[in-house]
Design a protein around this ligand. Structure first.
Ligand code: BTN
Length: 277
């Protein structure tokens, strides 16, 4: 792990760096105490919480300018160049069994959408179940949640968010899916300290809500942001490839599909892709 210094990128020789003090001054008052660590370089901000002593009684966040081994869902890499995007992780303790966290990734997706809407309201920013944030079918942000059981009834979640902020087309050949960035959407460079504060604020609000009430208060909002509703999709579920029309989600956050033979089923996990029209 490196301390903040004056590293450079090819694209932007002197990006405005993330600054914990600035981010804290941009945060609205919140009843929960927070600790925010800003690092220059780390393998993965999610792994930071696996190898560091955590302050008790505070919600702990970690941001990095660069990840050398950023990880995505399903064993994929997450491209994490210096001084360009947001790589944010949060350690959150739940007084719940792991079985009660099935909808957590959806609640986090809604928190990310709300943060983005505060910066730039845009009806084309949607969530592809379970938690890809898309703009016009291009990936804008991804969420990786790793859960540990502390004991029966207590669970810790490491919630990692990667958001493409000021990434341009330079040196992005290794990204193997359609992607976009806030800069592409808005047309200007975006203040990363501001969007970091918006993400942290919305995570604090929505995770507090999820801790108390579970997924229930999020179910109606989900419909508004659902990128797949009424669409024909392929779902890679384990080794099975399933085709069907998306009916929405059930109260646990499972994906509801109507198969081509008219039967329906709910899926707890998988990787969804829209079928071409
Ligand atoms: C995905 O869509 O596949 C999830 C991507 C998650 C990337 C973030 S960046 C911050 C945190 N640290 C990681 O190594 N991964 C997550």
């Amino acid at each position: 792990m490196k301390k903040i210094n004056s590293e450079t990128t090819l694209k932007n020789p002197s990006p405005i760096l993330l600054d914990a003090q600035i981010i804290k001054t941009l945060l609205p008052a919140h009843p929960l105490p927070i600790q925010l660590d800003v690092l220059s370089e780390i393998d993965s901000t999610n792994d930071y919480f696996k190898s560091n002593i955590i302050t008790p009684d505070a919600i702990h966040f970690c941001l990095a300018e660069q990840q050398t081994a950023g990880r995505g869902r399903l064993g994929r890499d997450w491209f994490s160049p210096f001084g360009t995007n947001i790589y944010l992780s949060c350690l959150w303790s739940f007084s719940k069994d792991v079985s009660a966290l099935s909808g957590l990734s959806l609640a986090v997706g809604i928190a990310v959408i709300k943060a983005l809407n505060e910066l730039t309201p845009n009806p084309d920013i949607k969530i592809k179940w379970p938690n890809d944030i898309l703009y016009q079918q291009q990936k804008l942000a991804g969420i990786l949640i790793e859960v540990n059981t502390v004991d029966s009834g207590n669970t810790q979640a490491i919630i990692g968010i990667g958001l493409n902020v000021n990434m341009s087309d330079q040196n992005t050949e290794t990204i193997n899916q359609p992607w976009t960035s806030l800069q592409h959407i808005i047309g200007n460079e975006v203040d990363r300290n501001k969007i970091a504060a918006l993400l942290i604020h919305n995570l604090l609000c929505e995770l507090s809500k999820f801790s108390k009430q579970g997924l229930k208060p999020f179910l109606t909002q989900w419909q508004q942001y659902d990128a797949l509703l009424n669409q024909q999709i392929n779902l890679l579920h384990g080794k099975q490839n399933i085709t069907g029309v998306v009916l929405g989600i059930n109260p646990q956050g499972y994906l509801l599909l109507e198969h081509n033979d008219g039967s329906t089923a709910a899926y707890s996990s998988g990787d969804s892709t829209l079928c071409k029209p």
